[in-house]
Design a binder for this molecule. Structure first.
Ligand code: CFM
Length: 544
């Protein structure tokens, strides 16, 4: 795509963004605000602590572990060990959908399990209460698995959730109980929680069920959490193509699937940030290669399917996939042809967690729209610059805090699915195995890349660029819309979705068309605009 020349000078924008900060803060933020060059990708400061006082978009380690990775599996009872607030705000807020096969199948997603820690538990310890909670959940539901999530006070008072889990697992006999030390403060963001979750799922779940899985082309879908039904659409496509989905980590998934995941022959990774650890660990222990794919965008979906076919190297599968693409694409094309003239030339900004700021650029490209600025809340340098920078990433004290599992090939189950020669041949064909090129390579020259965007910076960016749409989350939504710019929630999708695959692409085109072409935005005046230039705005509050 052509470089965007009709936009403000990004170097100047960068200066403007940091101008108001104290010198020390400005110096730090400057390293995370980068003018892109896809040819010579500059270094982005990422995965470092947010400066105190700055309003960040980030969440916590507990959110990444409990909410993101473990939350979407429907038949695990996820007990939060902590004060009730940590559960209330984590309860069903991510729109991860699930579809039990029968009405009798376990589905605990609508429930909210908490030990409801009180002051007494903080002073005298909460392990007794935790064990009681595990027993109560078991008696009520008889789940296959119970997972325990530590909130901040648990780490502070030293409750041993692992010992309590072990004890209860032994006592109950037929329930797999395991704990996570995912206290909110464990890392600089929810990214730490992803890593902790990957370690726990790998240690306590994957490999427990060796029943061979059926099917000729068996894969796991890693890093797809079925927000707004995304996984349902991918499942539909796989089924049509004759691809067997052994397990999904973890949208629309079950305990049995994850425990059996090591019987698949390929891992495809959607969200690299949250689950790449699993891909690497499964490769080392079981010999299953992983491949980065993207099912966000119709073209990207077709490309990803072709990559899968190439990996399996089966002519029948290749032909079937071409048939499916040929069947699905005309429906997509009919819609995009109608919408494209209305969206072409418009601009977007994307600031979401760790993957979508990259993936959704494909859908905006399909709409003829340019992403002028994008960034992640909590991703690492490899998600920006590509995995080839992995060896040069400095491991700081915060990262050291998170356990790196020592993984070895399994003496019985290690079975390299491809020989070295086969892998080399695939590489030769342009198939990147265990690789990810990151977001910046795909973005235009002189677009702006901002890591851990602050609230102040987001307002400034909008003021300067006046984008046609801003993509972020609920915390940003109404502030941005009051500035007269529509905000699409890319975490929860507002009330929409699915946005993956072919049907998802159509949904997205229609939703974005409705948003960027709605005349209502021109009628909105921000409070300061209404007050007139220079008029001071005051907060109003009630006093007694
Ligand atoms: Fe991966 Fe996600 Fe994302 Fe993420 Fe998230 Fe999410 Fe996200 Mo919200 S796992 S990194 S921690 S794609 S919850 S489904 S939307 S910030 S960009």
């Amino acid at each position: 795509m052509e470089a965007n020349t009709h936009f403000p000078d990004p170097s100047q924008v960068r200066e403007e963004l940091i101008q108001k900060y104290p010198a020390k803060v400005a110096k730090k933020r400057a390293k995370s605000i980068i003018v892109n060059d896809p040819q010579i990708i500059p270094e982005v400061q990422a995965n470092v602590r947010t400066v105190p006082g700055i309003i960040t978009q980030r969440g916590c380690s507990y959110a990444g572990c409990k909410g993101v990775v473990l939350g979407p599996t429907r038949d695990i009872v996820n007990i939060v060990h902590g004060p009730i607030g940590c559960s209330f705000y984590a309860w069903m807020t991510r729109r991860n959908q699930t579809r039990p096969e029968t009405l009798e199948d376990a589905n605990f997603i609508p429930y909210c399990f908490s030990t409801d820690m009180q002051e007494e538990n903080i002073v005298f310890g909460g392990e007794k209460k935790l064990k009681q909670a595990i027993q109560e959940a078991y008696d009520l539901f008889h789940p296959k698995s119970i997972a325990i999530f530590s909130t901040c006070p648990v780490g502070l008072i030293g409750d041993d959730v692992h010992a309590a889990s072990r004890e209860m697992k032994e006592k109950l006999g037929d329930c797999n109980v395991f704990g996570f030390s995912c206290e909110g403060y464990r890392g600089v963001s929810q990214s730490a929680g992803h890593h902790i979750a990957n370690n726990g799922v790998f240690k306590h779940m994957v490999g427990r069920n060796n029943t061979p899985s059926e099917g000729k082309f068996k894969l796991n879908l890693l890093g797809e959490y079925n927000i707004g039904g995304d996984a349902f659409e991918i499942e539909r496509i796989f089924e049509k193509c004759g691809i067997t989905l052994v397990a999904s980590f973890s949208g629309n998934s079950t305990v049995d699937q994850i425990e059996n995941a090591h019987t698949a022959d390929l891992n495809v990774i959607l969200c690299h940030r949250s689950i790449n650890y699993m891909g690497d660990m499964m490769e080392t222990k079981y010999g299953i290669p992983w491949m980065k794919v993207n099912f966000v965008g119709a073209e990207s979906s077709a490309k990803s399917l072709r990559k899968i076919a190439e990996y399996f190297g089966d002519e029948g599968l290749k032909a079937r996939i071409e048939e499916v693409i040929a069947e699905e694409m005309p429906k997509v094309k009919a819609i995009i042809d109608e919408i494209l003239p209305r969206t072409t030339g418009k601009t977007a900004m994307l600031f979401v967690g760790g993957s979508r700021a990259h993936h959704y650029q494909d859908l905006f490209n399909e709409l003829g729209m340019t992403t002028v600025a994008a960034g992640y809340e909590f991703a690492h340098r490899d998600d920006y610059e590509g995995r080839n920078v992995l060896s040069s990433i400095k491991i700081d004290a915060d990262s050291k805090n998170i356990e790196e599992l020592k993984v070895l090939p399994d003496p019985e189950l290690y079975n390299p699915r491809k020989t070295e020669a086969e892998l080399a041949a695939l590489k030769e064909k342009g198939l990147e195995i265990n690789g990810y090129e990151g977001m910046m390579k795909q973005m235009t020259k002189k677009s702006l890349v901002v890591d851990d965007l602050s609230h102040y910076e987001s307002e400034k960016l909008i003021e300067i660029y006046k984008p046609d749409i801003f993509c972020a989350g609920i915390k940003e939504k109404y502030v941005v819309q009051k500035m007269g710019v529509p905000l699409k929630q890319l975490h929860s999708y507002d009330y929409g979705g699915p946005y993956t695959g072919f049907e998802g692409a159509v949904n997205f085109y229609k939703d974005i068309d409705r948003m960027v072409n709605n005349p209502v935005w021109k009628l909105i005046k921000a409070p300061w605009e209404k007050a007139g230039n220079g008029a001071a705005l005051e907060a109003t509050y009630v006093t007694q």
